[in-house]
Design a binder for this molecule. Sequence first.
Ligand SMILES: Cc1cc2nc3c(=O)[nH]c(=O)nc-3n(C[C@H](O)[C@H](O)[C@H](O)COP(=O)(O)OP(=O)(O)OC[C@H]3O[C@@H](n4cnc5c(N)ncnc54)[C@H](O)[C@@H]3O)c2cc1C
Length: 374
Amino acid sequence: MSITRFDEPAAAEFRADVATWVRDALPKKWQTSRASLTPDEVQQAQREWDAALHTAGYAGLSWPSEYGGRGFGPIEELIYYEESSRANAPDGFGRIGRVLAGPTIIAAGTEAQKAKYLPRILDASEIWCQGFSEPGAGSDLASVTTTAKKVDGGYLVNGQKIWTSFAQYSKRCLMLVKTSSDLPRHHNLSFLLLDMEQEGVDVRPIRQINGEEEFSEVFFTDVFVADEDLVGEEHEGWRVAMTVLSNERGTTEAATRLVEATAQIDLLNRCCASNSRLDAARLDDRRELLRWHILRSTEEKAAELDWFQAGSILKVQWSELIQDSTRLGLDSGCSVHRDYWRHHYLASKAMSIYSGTNEIQRNIITDRVLRVAR
Ligand SMILES: Cc1cc2nc3c(=O)[nH]c(=O)nc-3n(C[C@H](O)[C@H](O)[C@H](O)COP(=O)(O)OP(=O)(O)OC[C@H]3O[C@@H](n4cnc5c(N)ncnc54)[C@H](O)[C@@H]3O)c2cc1C
């Protein structure tokens, strides 16, 4: 039986267990010298963390037990993400598999797909990436032009994806592709599980403003995907893609970011914004509002109520809170924490873009939450 409210004593007990485990399991080098680790050492730590999560049973917390998960609910999952972020634990390379690929295959995949892919997502022996965005199809995702042409036994994929996070480490990709040029929009796309380690897949990492190479552009030339790796009905991949996006904009991402915002606002209050406390206090109010919003949405999710629309509101709230906090940190001119604020301010610029831009989230809020006619 899962926890259904945050004020249950079981929630506090679970939180204490997670906090103790995270503290003991964190790779030592990550705890003591994260900033000076080489890219190879960072990779090593991410992989060690994936393995530790699997061994301790934290990899599939909310997955059903028949698929190797713990069968917990959204509250336990959220508590895990809060505590691991509080301890600055790595995400692990397996996060896209655990949070996006696994739940999507569980919801829409065949039993054969579940048996083939889920165990290797849980132990992170196969890393996944998300091949949705293209140079001409980001916000307007339904306009993807990467095609999958039907051939004997499967499909041949041709085209280009971009901003594909962790593509260079990935064995598998969640692909949204066009399978018909005649059928109407939203009914002309299919959802495929593509093997990245085959002829015709060309991954070219992109260097970011902070020097890291988190994402890549990926080119596909006659890449084969077998019929068994189609998820859902042919041409009805849009619906499957929506499952992915709802998980991406969910409460666990918001909880992770809330912890990040809390650390920044605490630092502003304690040190950097000592000359402009009023602004930092306003951020603190927004942080508290975000916290209540996350708690309420998660309890609604645990009670199987309709929480989905909250995703767009949460995404706008946390991304803009972190952007405003880091900007205030930079503007404070604090000499002790200048490098910290510079790094986090630059990193925050991406937050209003990925998982669907904030402009698009505002459109969704207008149309589907407020139902304002435009
Ligand atoms: C760090 C990072 C990681 C990412 N990882 C992945 C990944 O792993 N896989 C993946 O598939 N994608 C990934 N993305 C891509 C991301 O989903 C897209 O960048 C995003 O959806 C926006 O698409 P675009 O970049 O093509 O911008 P565009 O869609 O071209 O938008 C440009 C600007 O126009 C605005 N705009 C567009 N349409 C409207 C409208 N109708 N109303 C109002 N404003 C509008 C947008 O808000 C934006 O400001 C990642 C992006 C980032 C920054």
